[in-house]
Design a protein around this ligand. Structure first.
Ligand SMILES: Cc1cc2nc3c(=O)[nH]c(=O)nc-3n(C[C@H](O)[C@H](O)[C@H](O)COP(=O)(O)OP(=O)(O)OC[C@H]3O[C@@H](n4cnc5c(N)ncnc54)[C@H](O)[C@@H]3O)c2cc1C
Length: 426
């Protein structure tokens, strides 16, 4: 291995410059920590996503001090839920904890903007740097760096702490022996862009609850998941669908075909047809409900998708990637402020504890929910009974989008908090 022309050691290495990694790197660099941010691709790059931020995601964007008043951001005021012949517009709730609006911005723009922010804060980002494995101290079992393929050849990077923000592939965690938990839900989602003057401007994020798999016409199956149409305000829309692994049909369904069939059934005037499609349908897995733990072990912190942080109720992941990044950055700052050894480890153990306090009971409820709706009869009954009842849907919105005040909230907040408390630990 030839010596590289750049400095390969740092206080902290962050692997992956998606929303999780860029956020963690920003907070750490702003606090004066020397951070190396290693990213396998080169910005701007595409990321398969719905491009939608609920108020939970917006809160994280605002927390970084990002100005969202410009034309780059498409604001929305709520969620339109469509299903069972009903279309219901639910405004985002008015809460102390979250802003009352959501945003849409392509991940091509959004991720580059976040990575730039990390660099402006002082993080040293190295793009085209594909991390292949952790470097482990044989004596202690701790991670002490990573090996990566770089334009200058294979390179070793060293730091006493590593944050894995490498998304669902979770290569670093796997290299450290932290495997996926099979008892937690997993989803699959696909998306495609279309040109549509009719649907590109929308004050609401639109979700369609009835996804029918009609590949066997004799046995149409209601899928546990939903489809979305998010207007990007520039003449295009992001359309996609996500399905949970809790149903029998999971893995046997052609999701791209499902999206195509759904699009063909939408009104002609929306223009969502093969001729207006931009590019192909792309898909990826959604690691949910903390499906990779522990979130800290032997010098390695897992954040975002690498730690299975996607919300099992709605498949939203950006907000939780950024929330976990903020919590991890805090624990790292506390850890680096103490001497190496038990004192530092004590502070770092604060990260999984904070994740558990912050999302543990809510995700446990979500994991139960994902199992229930995997049964087509329950999914059908929930759609039929719930949608026509606006008060009930107001509660459902709060639960599904994680938008509730834990203190001094309204009746729906109190019901949500109570629900999270009754789910047993597993
Ligand atoms: C089809 C689809 C639609 C979705 N829609 C939404 C939505 O509308 N709203 C929402 O909130 N969430 C959505 N999600 C989930 C969301 O995309 C993820 O939860 C989110 O991107 C997680 O952020 P992250 O930073 O943890 O991981 P990622 O965004 O995956 O970022 C990981 C980064 O690490 C880099 N990387 C990976 N491996 C390596 C390596 N070995 N070395 C160096 N770098 C590496 C990658 O290039 C990438 O830049 C959707 C997901 C899918 C699949």
């Amino acid at each position: 291995m030839k010596a590289p022309s750049f400095d390969t050691s740092a206080d902290v290495i962050v692997v992956g410059a998606g929303p999780a990694g860029a956020t963690a790197a920003t907070y750490l660099a702003r606090a004066g920590i020397d951070v190396l941010l290693l990213e396998k691709s080169t910005f701007p790059r595409e990321k398969v996503c719905g491009d939608g931020l609920t108020p939970r995601g917006v809160k994280q964007v605002l927390a970084l001090g990002i100005d969202v008043s410009g034309d780059d951001w498409v604001k929305n005021k709520g969620l339109r839920v469509v299903g069972g012949g009903v279309s219901l517009e639910l405004d985002w709730p008015d809460l102390t904890s979250y802003p009352p609006f959501g945003l849409v911005r392509t991940r091509r723009d959004f991720d580059e903007m976040l990575a730039d922010l990390a660099v402006k804060a002082g993080a040293r980002m190295r793009q085209a740097t594909n991390v292949s494995s952790p470097i482990i101290d044989e004596r202690t079992g701790r991670i002490i760096g990573v090996t990566a393929k770089t334009p200058e050849g294979p390179t070793n990077f060293h730091a006493p702490l590593v944050i894995a923000a490498d998304g669902v592939s979770a290569r670093v965690a796997i290299g450290m022996g932290i495997d996926k938990r099979e008892d937690r839900p997993m989803g699959v989602a696909v998306r495609r862009y279309y040109r549509s003057d009719v649907r590109t401007h929308d004050d609401y994020l639109e979700s369609h609850l009835e996804l029918w798999d009609r590949s066997d016409p004799a046995k149409p199956m209601l899928m546990p998941g939903y489809g979305w149409i998010f207007g990007l305000g520039d003449g295009t829309v992001n359309v996609g669908l996500g399905v949970l692994n809790s149903s029998k049909a999971f893995g046997r369904t052609d999701y791209r075909a499902l999206l195509k069939t759904w699009m063909e059934g939408t009104p002609e005037e929306w223009g969502l047809r093969e001729e207006t499609a931009i590019g192909t349908t792309l898909g990826a897995a959604l690691p949910m409900g903390f499906n990779r733990t522990p979130h800290y072990r032997n010098g390695l912190l897992l954040i975002g998708d690498a730690g299975g942080a996607v919300n099992p109720f709605n498949g939203e992941g950006i907000a939780y990637a950024m929330e976990s990044a903020a919590l991890a950055a805090d624990a790292v700052l506390q850890g680096l402020g103490r001497p190496e050894g038990p004192a530092r480890e004590h502070a770092l153990a604060g990260y999984p504890a904070a994740m558990s306090d912050h999302l543990g009971s809510y995700y446990r409820l979500g994991n139960v929910f994902s199992k229930l709706i995997g049964q087509p009869k329950i999914m059908a009954a929930a759609t039929k009974l719930g949608l026509p009842r606006k008060q009930l849907m107001y509660l459902v919105l709060k639960v599904l989008a994680g938008l509730y005040d834990t203190r001094d909230g309204d009746w729906a907040d109190k019901v949500t908090v109570a629900l999270t408390k009754v789910v047993p630990r597993v």
